[in-house]
Design a protein around this ligand. Sequence first.
Ligand code: F6R
Length: 612
Amino acid sequence: MCGIVGYVGRSAATPVLLGGLRRLEYRGYDSAGVTLQSSEGLLTLRAVGKVARLADKVRAEWSDARQASCVVGIAHTRWATHGAPTEANAHPHADAGGRIRLVHNGIIENYRALRAKLEAKGHVFTSETDTEAVARLVGEYNKGDLRKAVISALRQVEGAYGIAVVSADEPGRIVVARKGSPLVIGVGEGECLIASDPSALISHTRRVIYLDDGDVALVTADSVDITDLDHAPMDRDVARLEFEVSAVEKGGFEHFMLKEIHEQPESVRNALRGRLDLLNGTAVLSGMGATARELLDLQRIVMVGCGTSLHAGMVGDFAFEELAALQAEVQPAAEFRYRNPLVDGRDLVVAISQSGETADTLAAVREAKDKGAMIMGLVNVVGSTIAREAGRGVYLHAGPEISVASTKAFTGQVAVLLLMALKLSRGRRLSRERGLALAAEIARLPELIEAVLRQDAAIAKVAESMVKHEHAFFLGRGPMHPVALEGALKLKEISYVHAEGYHAAELKHGPIALLTPGMPVVVLANRSPVLDKTLGNAEECKARGAHVIAIVTEGGPEAAVADEVILIPDCDPLVATIPAAVALQLLAYHVARLRGCPIDQPRNLAKSVTVE
Ligand code: F6R
């Protein structure tokens, strides 16, 4: 949520800042703004809407010569939390004297109190944001040393922030700080960049410094000087970004979502690489960092996450119970923290998160830590807060996920959860034969996904039958129940069709009242021990005039009830969750495309929810 970019160097700042904002636009896209340091003081432009609107404004109002002379600046793309998406609420925000500008990602929880105090001193606020209070506070403390002023202000602040600040009186310097919201500094040759996400840096440098919570950095073209909020120097390593620039570009696809759907044979291959022991029917997950004894002593596994990551955890729940006979449960991360959860040192809490920055999931990690549970992260973004706070865990290696709708992260999460279940099942319920067979099935995942991708055109055709409908149901049983929830989530978030995922057997306990003739009902009817029951549930819908779209196993039993079918290859029912999810991603994608929706940036949403 919200994207921050900063540049301090020797080249013109605007192309770097606007280019960075475009890369970060998936983090928020309701308004944007930019401030440059210039010989005339600070220059600021802000615009409502996408970054392209800001770029138009920059072109119209700042001459090329003016832009070329400005080599320091900060910029922001916003996802509104406090105050509507208006120009006045867009960042960068100013202090009272207009000598300072600040961009912010996160939420200032005590902003009302700060605002009241500042208003009592005569400040007249120009926005409804929480951020403006911080900008004004920095101005209050500024006596010629911007970093000191930022530290003094931040000591008054409660909440989460990643900020970047410039002053008209300190040319060539940007002060940045973080607590709870990501910030990374790119270290180039004679230039430094700042971003809330490395995807904005990769075309400039691979050398990055991830700031830790409580860090404040003074960044110039040639130096990065980090302290904590007590002014004590902090040493941070320079890390190397391992992904390619192509990973954050569309590469010929119409949308990032479609590209990421098609990347899944490779992203799942990366998630599995070196982790499957096909000879012994188990998994090698060194990141779990636990001894065999510790794993055997576990009494329970609790998975926490939000949205799509929560659905992945629900599939994992089935895998842990079925394979490892280990008591498993999944909890929405937002709930876990507030319900005073019963976890202790014999429980493993797995925090599942693509971004590794989701505020609720992070809060759940902290809660579980306080309770003494063993924590692991199942995270995609390397170096993210959850990955670091969890201390151990397994990375997905899916590469950057730019589309707001999560796709390859989900399949990577499920694949890794299957590996974890395989590993934990050793010495528990799973026989060697079943372990060997399942490991072999998991190894086939890239080809199983490819088989679904080859049906893209056929799935697009099925989408045509759904496009006019405003409501849809997705039904599944067992591990396909969470896949049904995920299919419904994908459809609603990108196509704005109201979709409900249900356990197939639950429909008749109430929701079936909503069925009207022709309403699309997508039924996950793959080969599984409960197939007959699922088909029975599909019949119940058909009898009420529904248009049944069945996801069935190629060469498997006919689903005579279906009006249309989408085939997935024959495989183990747990493994089948992944190709089935890919089929539903494509279905949602094509419905949204046919409805003309802004697929990569759905309304009201933003990637990476860093507020609770
Ligand atoms: C849906 C989606 C969200 C995220 C959720 C958690 O397509 O992307 O539901 O899954 O916001 O995000 P992470 O996985 O980054 O913690």
